[in-house]
Design a protein around this ligand. Structure first.
Ligand SMILES: [Zn+2]
Length: 499
């Protein structure tokens, strides 16, 4: 059993390890540094993610099943498993970067196939690109995914778990309850989805839901007609004004170096906004390369939600509550700010925006699509993570069945291995959508429809952000509203705009 002093050393080490990783991710994805060099960082902290450490933390968590001990155990397990399959992940990334498909004489890189499908107006050509993508996935990537699964299965036994599902249930994830909520959500929104998705696909891709194919989906989700209202040069000013209305002075946070706003243009910078919490609190990077368009605005506000959560987290909290804990909480705060960008009252106040109701309708229809997709994904991942690696091939048809039932669009069976979020992250997104819907209802009830422009609402948020992830989403919501995280709240939020 680890001593108290050993645990303290472990926490300090983990704190530095995560800071180094986040710094490396920032430098690479912000375009300061070509290579993403993780090997050296893992080597310097090898003891944190060794099998022996994971087993010692597991024994301590079994003896003292507290929040803190369980989080350290989970951190050690995820580090150990991630280390074993890192080589596979790197080989997958290298293949994705180098594989090419021949589209009628034109060579297109694997990673460019999705954007190609989204931007291709000709349906036959979309179908052709989709087939090429599926063939490459099955021939080159899936064998590597299978190899990694076999390695992971061996390792799970040494951690005392038969399957990934067993391991995560041990960490306290209530996945069966969430799965029941997902089934209920799929049921209660079935008719609404069929109607709204049919209209969305007809309007944007000229096909009915019945005739829609997977290669139409990416195109439907890209909605360029709204781009003119979400201008690139207005993004950061709109964010600053929104935060200031809540009593949060982003300029001041930048001056005191609590937040670094990196909005410079660099050739190799990730086109998508991200947040890298190098020190929590004290050095939180909010990175953006403003391009404009509704999706870019959504991404900035989402990442700003993470940024403010980490920047306000109390320095007095232990590592487990500052850097570990339930990520549905930080995703929930991110969703709360993200969804301001399709909130009619906010659009009215912040932007010169026509057809607000139509935009809100589309936002709700799109949200319904994604929540249903994630519900089906969770149901699939539960089956996936309790199936032995030797029998995993049987799940190709289950993947098609579960995702197809939820979306009424047949997915590709070749995605049955890659459409998996590591560590049941899918459950964080599902709960964060519910958390956002319930927190928004509470804020509207307390502070009115323009709650986002009220100082008092900002004070409450800052207070809650200072708790970091000491409480899980369930207990945090309960403390504020008295209610439990309930997916049906998202259905109600969606119905509000689809009526
Ligand atoms: Zn997020």
């Amino acid at each position: 059993m680890p001593t108290a002093a050993e645990l303290d050393r472990y926490r300090t080490g983990a704190d530095r390890f995560i800071a180094r990783l986040d710094e490396e991710y920032y430098l690479h994805f912000a375009g300061h540094k070509d290579e993403l060099e993780l090997e050296q960082i893992y080597a310097e902290h090898a003891d944190l993610t060794s099998l022996a450490s994971a087993q010692r933390m597991g024994a301590a968590a079994a003896a003292e099943p507290s929040f803190r001990m369980r989080e350290l155990w989970r951190f050690a397990c995820e580090g150990y498993l991630g280390g074993l399959t890192r080589e596979h992940a790197e080989r997958v990334a290298a293949l994705e970067a180098s594989l090419e498909a021949d589209l009628g004489g034109q060579q297109v890189g694997f990673r460019m196939l999705r954007p190609t499908i989204a931007n291709e107006p000709d349906r036959d050509k979309r179908a052709q690109a989709e087939r090429a993508r599926n063939d490459l996935t099955d021939q080159h990537l899936n064998p590597l995914h299978l190899e990694a699964l076999a390695v992971e299965e061996q390792a799970l036994r040494s951690l005392g778990a038969a399957t990934t599902l067993d391991l995560y249930k041990g960490f306290g994830l209530k996945l069966d309850e969430l799965a029941a909520q997902c089934r209920a959500f799929l049921d209660s929104t079935e008719r609404l989805y069929e109607k709204s998705a049919d209209k969305l696909f007809r309007d944007r891709a000229g096909v009915s839901l019945r005739d829609a194919q997977r290669y139409d989906t990416v195109r439907v989700m890209r909605a360029p007609e709204w781009d003119p209202f979400f201008k690139a040069d207005l993004m950061v000013p709109a964010l600053k004004k929104t935060l200031l209305d809540l009593g949060i002075d982003l300029e001041e946070q930048i001056r005191t170096k609590a937040v670094f706003l990196d909005d410079e243009q660099r050739p190799n910078k990730s086109p998508r906004a991200f947040c890298s919490p190098i020190e929590v609190p004290g050095k939180v990077m909010l990175v953006i390369q403003p391009m404009g368009g509704a999706d870019d605005w959504r991404a900035l506000f989402h990442e700003a939600g993470h940024t403010e959560h980490f920047a306000h987290t109390s320095a007095d909290l232990p590592l487990e509550a500052r850097r570990l804990g339930d990520n549905a909480v930080t995703e929930g705060w991110a969703m709360l700010l993200q969804h301001l960008t399709d909130e009619p009252a906010w659009l009215n106040r912040r932007l010169d925006f026509p057809r607000i109701d139509e935009f809100a309708w589309e936002g709700a229809a799109t949200l319904l699509f994604f929540v249903r997709r994630y519900c089906a994904k969770l149901l699939y991942e539960l089956e996936f993570h309790r199936t032995p690696a030797a029998r995993i091939g049987d799940l190709r048809s289950r993947y098609v069945e579960l995702l197809g039932d939820a979306l009424k669009i047949e997915p590709s069976p070749t995605d049955y291995l890659s459409d998996i979020d590591p560590g049941f992250y899918v459950s964080n997104y599902l709960r964060s959508w519910a958390f956002e819907a319930q927190m928004r209802t509470h804020l509207k009830h307390e502070y009115g429809t323009t709650w986002f422009a009220r100082r008092e609402a900002g004070n409450l948020l800052r207070d809650l952000w200072s708790e970091g992830q000491r409480l899980d989403a369930h207990n945090l919501l309960k403390q504020v509203t008295g209610a439990e995280v309930e997916l049906e709240a998202v259905a109600e939020r969606i119905r509000e705009h689809l009526r």
